[in-house]
Design a protein around this ligand. Structure first.
Ligand SMILES: C[S@@+](CC[C@H](N)C(=O)[O-])C[C@H]1O[C@@H](n2cnc3c(N)ncnc32)[C@H](O)[C@@H]1O
Length: 515
């Protein structure tokens, strides 16, 4: 066995699996499977299959997912930097497939970092509706925000909140909630030795208590008739069937949708056969558990849901229903960046309530809110030729386009209130990298496609200046070639450049560069 597994764990697995145990133990000699999932916000599954520089084989439970061959390094290819795929463990692609996301849904990904499942949800939303991606741990929200930006998500908000506070702020609000719960990680032992080191016999029970609290809070944010998918990457029944059975006993308005025993999904244990398990000795992937819970559609009681009821929610719901009608809605200048705003309490941070940390009077460097809006409008006219939709939200000099009006996020630790458009510097609007990654070439007045096979693509991703004759640019008729250019790899957006007199100044951000 390549991985040294705790004896207590193996004994528990022996008891759980009976005659299947030997086969299970043998599976630890195999190399874990690698996978990528097409980012269908940018590329179709077929296109990726055709273009892929590495051999791909389909993953049975995820139409956009592929196994990569051993030795493939998908993170070391320009397509990764263009956000064409997410590198994801194959079994981890299953929970979102069970969530049934439809474009236009309001979805909460409660335990979302680093964002594998959030990017999958965003692809299913196709830019319509709303995705709130949350994680309790502030450090982990950085990678979450970056991944959503890399994948060109336009309708996502990133929060750093507790499930209780999310439920209080959004009672009876979401159509679908994913709870990819923190767990003892036993299903990842083959792939991640750190999980083995952290495991102790008491670990599953410790997590089970945490999971029960998360689940009980989260469902208060679900609309009647909505769906919750609960998933873990562990084998421990305490954290899986145990958590779900207890939940169903105490929430008669929910039922378990049967997915176990269908396709690749093995049935759950302990009489909960409708829940699903992925076993490493039965499928090409690591260990996973999933339960699909459906609310029966009866109205939720006020005590159950409304700890922040009334006006704020009414405002939220009203404003959301009028979203995506072009750039409108309120924008209030706020001191500091989104990171500062998201800090806990104190100066520049938010504590709670509707006025926490808001500084409506503060002006942006560019001369105030109006000036900022004007600079942004000028940019969209000159460089895009159209107005992206969303509620403009200004944090200091930084402009976001949010799927929700700003008031809906008051009092919440907000890492990203929406799609980052850019910032104001010396009265001018400087477009942000996430604006570029979410654009298609035809959405920019100027674009340039670099071939993934050329050294130019890597030079661009390393931050180098390129010499580009004017005839290589695609410029919308009636416009000058001088200005911001959407730089693409094989036609897929990767970032900005600024062209003038045959030279492309590199705008690829330092923290994102190819190393
Ligand atoms: C299994 S990981 C999530 C993986 C993620 N869904 C993905 O696909 O990339 C569980 C996450 O839950 C977060 N977490 C732990 N306790 C939490 C809580 N009470 N509320 C919300 N998130 C929590 C952890 O920080 C961790 O990032």
């Amino acid at each position: 066995m390549a991985v040294q597994l705790p004896g207590t764990f193996m004994q528990r697995m022996k008891e759980m699996l009976g005659p299947e145990y030997e086969q299970f133990a043998e599976s630890y000699k195999e190399t874990p499977y690698g996978g990528i999932r097409a980012n269908t916000l940018k590329i179709s599954v077929e296109e990726l299959r055709t273009l892929s520089p590495f051999k791909l084989a389909p993953i049975p439970w995820c139409p956009a997912g592929f196994y990569t061959e051993e030795g493939a390094r998908p993170g070391k290819h320009p397509y990764y930097h263009a956000g064409l795929y997410y590198i994801q463990e194959p079994s981890a692609m299953a929970p979102v497939e069970l969530l049934g996301v439809q474009p236009g849904d309001y979805v909460l990904d409660l335990c979302a970092a680093p964002g594998g499942k959030s990017t999958q949800i965003a692809a299913k939303l196709k830019g319509e509706g709303l995705l709130i991606s949350n994680d309790l741990h502030p450090e982990r929200t950085k990678a979450l925000a970056k991944n959503l930006e890399l994948y060109g998500v336009r309708n996502g908000i990133v929060l750093n909140e507790s499930p209780e506070r999310i439920a209080a702020a959004f009672p009876v609000f979401f159509d679908r909630i994913l709870i990819d719960a923190p767990c003892s990680g036993e299903g990842m032992f083959r792939k991640d030795e750190d999980m083995v080191k952290q495991w102790e016999p008491e670990t599953p029970l410790k997590y089970a208590a945490m999971q029960r609290d998360i689940l009980n809070s989260a469902v208060k944010a679900l609309k009647p008739g909505g769906t919750v998918v609960y998933s873990t990457c562990t084998f421990a029944t305490e954290e899986n069937e145990g958590t779900i059975s207890e939940f169903l006993d105490t929430h008669p308005e929910f039922s378990l949708v049967t997915v176990g025993g269908t396709g690749s999904f093995a049935p759950g244990l302990q009489g909960l056969s409708g829940a699903a398990r992925l076993w490493p000795h039965k499928v090409k992937g690591e260990g996973h558990f999933m339960a699909v819970l459906r609310h029966d559609g009866s109205p939720r009681s006020p005590e159950e849901t409304a700890s922040d009821p009334g006006q704020a929610v009414a405002e939220r719901t009203l404003s959301v229903s009028s979203r995506n009608n072009g750039v409108k809605g309120e924008a209030t200048a706020r001191a500091g960046s989104a990171r500062q705003v998201s800090g806990r309490g104190g100066k520049g941070g938010r504590t709670s309530g509707k006025s926490g940390g808001t500084s409506p009077g503060r002006q942006s460097e560019g001369g105030g809110e109006e000036a900022a809006r004007a600079a942004y409008s000028l940019f969209t006219e000159d460089q895009l030729g159209w107005q992206p939709s969303g509620f403009p939200v200004l944090f200091g000099d930084h402009l976001y386009l949010s799927p929700l009006p700003k008031a809906a996020l008051n009092g919440l630790k907000t890492i990203r209130p929406g799609w980052y458009a850019g910032h104001i510097r010396s009265g001018r609007f400087i477009p942000g990298h996430p604006l570029a990654t979410a654009l298609h070439p035809a959405e920019s007045i100027r674009s340039l496609s670099l071939s993934s096979g050329s050294s130019e693509a890597v030079s661009y991703l390393k931050g180098e200046t390129l010499s580009i004759p004017e005839e290589r640019l695609t410029v919308r008729p009636g416009n000058s070639a001088k200005g911001y250019v959407l730089v693409c790899v094989d036609g897929y957006s990767a970032g900005w450049g600024k062209w003038q007199d045959g030279m492309l100044k590199n705008e690829y951000p330092a923290g994102w560069r190819w190393t």
